[in-house]
Design a binder for this molecule. Structure first.
Ligand SMILES: Nc1ncnc2c1ncn2[C@@H]1O[C@H](COP(=O)(O)OP(=O)(O)OP(=O)(O)O)[C@@H](O)[C@H]1O
Ligand SMILES: [Mg+2]
Length: 232
């Protein structure tokens, strides 16, 4: 197994807004080992989401490399990046991004449904459904499989989003302010879910601006002035 699951080196990201040039990431370097639970923290606008998106290939850096299991994904074609995004990483966002017309079970199954051909879906339907049910069970959603997102609490919606992110068993889970829209007790429940997943071996990188939440991770990486603080 590679020493690092993911490693960013000298990552730069600019946003050009008309004539203004916003230099958000100025040579960020960070590395995460398999099985770690790492928090990325920093002030609002410091580039936390930008960095997470680059790690998950939702965005590309302007300069620098991102190695996933020792292969530089910034050199990938869009097709290969799509494959990387669909199989190696799971995303959890602050506002859940569930599909309102689908049930809990369907939302969780979605990544597997999208990546299956019609024939593959017919062939693997039972396994896919069993995986979704198993995840729902683990996430305390057993009695909610037929609910639609509007019939769920915020914490339940976020658990569905975690289930969806894990549907294809990605080695890396990326979470951007997963508790940001929840009250502290419910947010605590989501952190407990993440901790349980991590204890079972899931590698997690979580962005949060809340230092108390960041402290629950094994390691905290601080972003400031476009760089990671020294000694991290
Ligand atoms: N698509 C974009 N176009 C232009 N500027 C952008 C874009 N995305 C982000 N920015 C700018 O880049 C900076 C970093 O944004 P980012 O969303 O990464 O911050 P953040 O640390 O996640 O903040 P928050 O804690 O508020 O979510 C911000 O100043 C933002 O305005
Ligand atoms: Mg953000």
């Amino acid at each position: 197994m590679s020493k690092y699951i993911i490693r960013a080196t000298g990552v730069h990201k600019h946003y050009r807004m008309g004539s203004a040039d916003l230099h958000v990431l100025k040579g960020v370097g960070m590395a995460v080992k398999p099985g770690e639970f790492v928090a990325i923290t920093g002030a609002s606008g410091s580039g936390k989401s930008t960095l997470l998106h680059i790690l998950g290939a939702l965005d590309r850096p302007d300069k620098g490399s991102v190695e996933f299991q020792e292969t530089d994904i910034t050199k990938y074609s869009w097709a290969r990046l799509n494959k990387y995004r669909n199989s190696q990483v799971g995303f959890v966002f602050q506002f859940y991004h569930l599909l309102p017309e689908l049930t809990v079970e369907e939302n969780i199954m979605l990544p597997a449904m999208i990546s299956s051909s019609m024939l593959g879906w017919i062939k693997n339907r039972k396994t896919i459904k069993a995986r979704a049910k198993d995840l729902a069970d683990q996430l305390g959603l057993k009695e909610r499989l037929a609910h639609k997102p509007h019939q769920l609490s915020g914490g339940e919606r976020q658990r569905v989003a975690i289930g969806r992110a894990l549907m294809k068993s990605p080695p890396l889970l990326l979470a951007d302010e997963p508790t940001g829209n929840l009250d502290s007790a419910t947010g605590n429940g989501i952190l407990e879910v993440l901790e349980t997943l991590n204890r079972a071996g899931q590698t997690i990188i979580m962005v949060t601006h809340d230092l108390r939440i960041a402290d629950r991770a094994h390691r905290v990486i601080r972003l400031a002035d476009g760089l990671i603080g020294s000694g991290q």
